[in-house]
Design a protein around this ligand. Structure first.
Ligand code: SF4
Length: 717
């Protein structure tokens, strides 16, 4: 039996795994006791990873060979790699020469390894000359990025998992940690056992398993987080719980914010948020009096049309109370995807450049151009996720290359996405799985390797870089993502008459070394790291500059922030309600979120029978009273609809919600809930899964869509 140290490919906790194999097949998986993210523990998803790699399943669901079609009314046919990439490069070159570099776009994934991400970013921005490359991380962490940058000056989570044990208040906002980050939640449970004085407050409209276990649950109304954080700050000011010395020495902008929060009296805030005044006061006192307050937050803050404001309003609380840059304290974002952090590090989004550089900064563009040995990097901002597909739909973008993600399930407003995929002149899908909703739209399917077959690095929520290692070969003719992009770049470069950046990579390490060198002097400087050091010492946190002996566990301990003057900024953000209003026609607020045992669109976890035991089928949860009022019983079919879509689902009574609220798990796609519904009046409605109902309205700064709140109608069938 062979044993290979690697990482779990699901969430941003970034647990280490040992893959057991016989050299050709994965035979088992167990937690890596040496990995500091999990010390040998795995959750239900991670501990069943080996079952997703069984040969019988691989034959059924894997994309094994390149496939192409020459017309939309034809089936794709198997082709060899050379023919496929040559044809793709011809089409790209023709399109770029006729319509410009911005006529093509890339939509990539937080599940790619850092090396894959780096090459795709360089291909788009360096070789082709377009910034039209965005990632499904836009649906996940872009509000966090914007929040950290505007408040603290850099996209850098300042805390470590160890802070969980050092905190005396854990303030969980917009995160069902017990389901979404289970191993971290076990660490919280252990910390509570070890320290009976540790308090846990959970802010969540739903009474989730995480909320149920908390000392205090603030069941705020959807979208009212900014009002809550302003109200808590108001109370901290009123009760003299702020750190005036810290504010004076290390921050700016407090006077303006103070004016704003003056209006957020306990009565006013409690009314907006729909919570009891005494609970608000309790939360503010615990936060203000805490010796070490640690916030953990995720999609409840991010997936919002006010996502950046929510992040900054929470960071305001930390700055006002001096709860940052010390053990057990700080605003700590929990990354959704396994390598959303790595993607941000290499600048794999429409507004970013390598090593946390900004596309809008001319000096940063010049630095990257010099690193890549090209005259310039394009200065026009690229299209972000929703904008990208909107541009495909209007014909502005003619070729779309989708890598390791399934927008025909995961993006909001499926009518828009599917109209875009039909309108595109060429849809390329690079995937490990051939059964995703997006693959059905592919004119070209490029088979990619996946977990247990590929090597590189990922970065988890606490800035820790881990090596991912291959245990077995990829099946069929599947290639690694970086290899496909590299080979394509080499072919395209010959067809485009322009200065080309270097794409002579022979393995992931050569790519990673280039990325590492690009970080010199940046906030995430890792010039002291190498693959061999990661082999020798194991996973390491950044920054890790050339002269360092170890990675930095906690940021801003010297209270020097990453802004131009070293001061953190209070952001005077306004409270703005959710974009979609509840109306008599659409009287229910729809929230979406994770189940404990499933991951994203279920292309992997959906293969494992055991993972259905917890929730065997999709359903819509509502309160028993709301069901009663509509003569709906547990198990009845209901139609859930709004102006964007319709779904038929089983109704289930839930004690986690308030009146007027509903919840659908995000995972189930069209293979579970789709079909064509023919109503009596002859109108046909096609059903595409939960995101067909979700609102594509996005945050003005982060451009992250409001997946957590839509207004819907629920009717008994
Ligand atoms: Fe994998 Fe996340 Fe579970 Fe760890 S907590 S085993 S990274 S899914």
């Amino acid at each position: 039996m062979h044993e290979t140290q690697s990482n779990c490919c699901y969430c941003g906790v970034g647990c280490g795994v040992i893959i057991e194999s016989d050299g050709t097949q994965v035979t088992g998986v167990r937690g890596d006791p040496a990995h500091p993210a999990n010390f040998g523990k795995l959750c239900s998803k991670g501990s069943n990873l080996h079952l997703t790699a069984q040969p019988v399943l691989q034959q059924q669901v894997r994309a094994l060979y390149p496939e192409m079609r020459t017309a939309r009314d034809q089936d794709r046919e198997r082709v060899d790699w050379e023919t496929c990439l040559e044809s793709m490069a011809d089409k790209f070159a023709t399109c770029i020469q006729a319509h410009g570099a911005d006529s093509v776009g890339f939509y990539i994934s937080g599940q790619l390894l850092t090396e894959d991400y780096y090459v795709f970013n360089k291909l788009a921005k360096g070789l082709i000359g377009t910034n039209n490359i965005d990632s499904n991380s836009r649906l996940c962490m872009s509000s966090t990025v914007a929040g950290y940058k505007q408040s603290l000056g850099a996209d850098a989570p300042p805390c470590s998992y160890e802070d969980i044990e050092l905190a005396d208040l854990i303030f969980i906002a917009g995160s069902n940690t017990a389901y979404a980050h289970p191993i971290l939640y076990r660490r919280i449970e252990q910390a509570r056992e070890n320290n009976p004085h540790l308090k846990v407050v959970v802010v969540d409209p739903r009474r989730t398993d995480t909320a149920r276990e908390a000392d205090l649950h603030l069941a705020i109304l959807p979208g009212t987080d900014v009002a809550l954080f302003h109200g808590m700050l108001h109370l901290c000011l009123w009760e003299d719980l702020i750190d005036t010395a810290f504010i004076a020495a290390h921050t700016e902008g407090f006077a303006e914010l103070k004016q704003t929060v003056r209006d957020f009296t306990p009565a006013f805030t409690a009314q907006i948020c729909g919570i009891a005044e005494k609970d608000l006061i309790q939360a503010a006192r615990w936060f203000g009096l805490s010796k070490a307050a640690l916030s953990l937050y995720c999609q409840g803050l991010n997936q919002s049309s006010a996502g950046t404001a929510k992040n900054s309003a929470l960071i305001n609380l930390h700055l006002a109370t001096g709860q940052i840059g010390k053990p057990g304290a700080g605003p700590f974002s929990l990354t959704g995807q396994p390598n959303a952090m790595g993607g941000r590090e290499v600048g794999g989004m429409a507004n970013l450049l390598s090593a946390h550089r900004d596309l809008s900064n001319p000096e940063h563009r010049a630095e990257v151009a010099a690193l890549w040995n090209i005259p310039s990097v394009p200065d026009q901002p690229g299209k972000t996720a929703v904008e990208l597909f909107e541009a495909v739909r209007t014909g502005e973008i003619k070729i779309i290359w989708i890598v390791c993600t399934n927008p025909a399930q995961s993006m909001p407003d499926q009518n828009l996405i599917r109209a875009a995929l039909e309108k595109a002149e060429l849809v390329i899908v690079q995937e490990a799985y051939r059964n995703t909703a997006t693959v059905a739209y592919a004119d070209i399917l490029l088979p990619a390797s996946t977990w247990s077959e590929k090597s590189g690095t990922v970065t988890n929520s606490e800035r820790r870089i881990s090596r991912v290692r291959a245990a077995i070969a990829a099946p069929g003719e599947a290639h690694h993502d970086w290899q496909i992009a590299t080979k394509f770049a080499q072919i395209l470069a010959k067809k485009l008459n322009k200065t080309q950046p270097d794409f002579s990579y022979t393995n992931p390490e050569t790519i990673w070394d280039e990325h590492r060198d690009s970080t010199a002097g940046r906030d995430l400087d890792i010039t002291g790291l190498s693959y061999s050091l990661l082999e020798e010492k194991g996973p390491q946190q950044w920054p890790y500059p050339a002269d360092a002996k170890a990675g930095q566990q906690r940021l801003y301990e010297n209270h020097q922030f990453a802004t131009s003057n070293g001061k953190a900024r209070f952001i005077n953000c306004a409270y703005v309600a959710t974009t979609e209003k509840i109306t008599p026609r659409h009287p229910f607020a729809l929230n979406t979120g994770r189940l404990r045992d499933q991951w994203h669109g279920m292309s992997r976890t959906g293969l494992v029978a055991q993972l259905y035991a917890h929730a065997p089928e999709p359903c819509i949860e509502m309160t028993a009273q709301d069901m009663q009022r509509r003569f709906i019983q547990d198990g009845d079919f209901v139609e859930v609809s709004n102006q964007r879509g319709t779904q038929i689902l089983i109704a289930k009574a839930s004690d986690q919600l308030k009146a007027g609220q509903s919840f659908i798990a995000m995972h189930w796609g069209e293979e579970f809930v789709s079909g064509t519904l023919h109503s009596d009046d002859g109108i046909s409605k096609t059903l595409f899964g939960v995101n067909s109902l979700c609102n594509p309205a996005f945050d003005p700064i982060s451009k992250q869509p409001e997946l957590k709140h839509s207004a819907v109608k629920i009717t008994k069938l």
